[in-house]
Design a protein around this ligand. Sequence first.
Ligand code: HEC
Length: 96
Amino acid sequence: MNRLWAVVALTLLILTGCSSGSSSSAKDGETIYKENCSACHGDQLQGAVGPPVVNMKGKHSEEEVLKIISEGTPKMPGNLLGDEESKIVTKWLMEK
Ligand code: HEC
């Protein structure tokens, strides 16, 4: 019986531990990138099918990156994300 309670207590601890801190529904830039962009730009931004997207600050302004992400280019599909997520991932990318 004692062991059962230990298991229950441990499970509760793990569950509450995971849910704390992620209460907001908005995803962070890294999550958005991993889910929508890494297939073409690599999980380390190193590039794959698409070009590397590190040091975008040295190449594009934030507005330009946002435009690329929301409208796409002849080679990159646009409209992958909603407005809010596009902005979040742009901000995140500009810091890389
Ligand atoms: C289907 C593959 C694909 C996906 C998915 C994709 N991209 Fe791209 N991306 C490309 C290609 C290809 C280019 C080069 C476009 C060009 O030269 O016209 C590019 C270009 C870019 C550029 C400009 C790079 C430069 O050096 O000028 C940025 C920034 C970028 N992508 C960010 C993203 C972000 C953020 C996402 C996720 C929301 C994403 N991409 C998803 C294929 C992709």
